[in-house]
Design a protein around this ligand. Structure first.
Ligand code: RIB
Length: 314
């Protein structure tokens, strides 16, 4: 199988993960005896690039870091995971992006992002990386919107499939100016924010997917439904693809990993088999929630293959 060349133009953050029994209420100070704190490489763009690299893709990241210790540590992490860092630049005017992640004992998280150097990512940065002619371009919404939009336009003009993970959700965004995307993929909360419809079952997913299809042009709409799997809509037909039963420890980066896996498997299948790609992405998303931390929890191709052979066993 040909190695897929995947470009991610997106954010890079240092995640400060605070583990706690429960999140405090407004005005409450919580001294948690079971609390813990770790710093882990994160950022929706970088998570996607690291996930793709761990799945065996030639994964390039176009991002901006600050000239600080966090930036250095993130860069070393990308190198360790064999992400192509040719298009990772250092901005000397600001700090590396950071995310504070409040992680509850049940695996649920709340994330606040300080964008820092992600704000300095430019259209020129994206143009330079897209000129390397990747097989597909992955985008999210954590870097300046203008860069995301222009990157999508530049890639589409060159016939490069664009996969947009519509996270984090922003009600004010208008997707109308985007060219036709290959895949548009929000999660359940994002779908609710964009459409006002909570995608609970097949019927509401269908209504939500139809609403999304009126907002943004795409070949496929893939709604990520967490533990329940994913819903595919191609403008005519739909398919609910259930996920795998696992014990969730931390859902951070599961969506990023899902989209990266979707992009890798979709490209490996010659951009023609969305169903197989979503099944593979479900497995990657499921494995990601079984470990704590963004980049650290992303599974390797070997781990996914072994997991799939285990679950397939009668
Ligand atoms: O999707 C998870 C990511 O969101 C975290 O790694 C955090 O950095 C934020 O970007």
């Amino acid at each position: 199988m040909k190695q897929v060349k995947l470009l991610t133009v997106g954010s890079a953050n240092m995640d400060m993960v605070l583990r706690m029994t429960r999140v405090p209420m407004a005005g409450e100070t919580l001294l948690d005896p079971n609390g813990a704190m770790v710093h882990i490489a994160g950022g929706k763009g970088a998570n996607c690039a690291v996930a793709a690299a761990k799945l065996g893709a030639d994964s390039m990241l176009c991002a901006r870091l600050g000239a600080d210790a966090n930036g250095k540590s993130l860069f070393d992490t990308y190198t360790e995971y064999k992400v192509n860092t040719r298009y990772v630049k250092v901005d000397r005017t600001t700090n590396t992006g950071m995310a504070a992640i409040l992680l509850e004992a049940n695996g649920a998280n709340r994330i606040v992002v300080y964008p820092g150097a992600n704000r300095t990512l430019s259209v020129e940065d994206a143009a330079e990386a897209i000129a390397s002619r990747p097989d597909a371009l992955c985008l999210q919404l954590e870097t300046p919107f203008e860069v995301t939009l222009e990157a999508a336009k530049m890639a589409a003009a060159r016939g490069i499939p664009v996969i947009l993970d519509a996270a984090p959700a922003d009600r004010t965004i208008s997707f109308r100016e985007f060219p036709t995307l290959e895949i548009f993929s929000p999660n359940e909360i994002e779908t609710e924010i964009y459409t006002g419809i909570v995608p609970t079952g097949s019927e509401s997913c269908m209504r939500a997917a139809l609403a999304l299809s009126r907002m943004v042009k795409a070949k496929y709409y893939v709604i990520k439904l967490g533990a329940r799997g994913a819903f595919i809509f191609d403008g005519r037909l739909c398919h609910m693809v259930p996920s795998y039963n696992v014990r969730a420890l931390d859902t951070t980066a599961a969506g990023d990993a899902f989209t990266a896996a979707l992009a890798v498997a979709y490209c490996e299948g010659g951009c023609s088999d969305i169903l197989t790609a979503v099944r593979f992405a479900n497995a990657v998303g499921a494995l990601t929630v079984t470990k704590v931390g963004a980049s650290k929890s992303l599974p390797t191709r070997e781990e996914v293959v072994s997991f799939l052979s285990e679950v397939a066993r009668p």
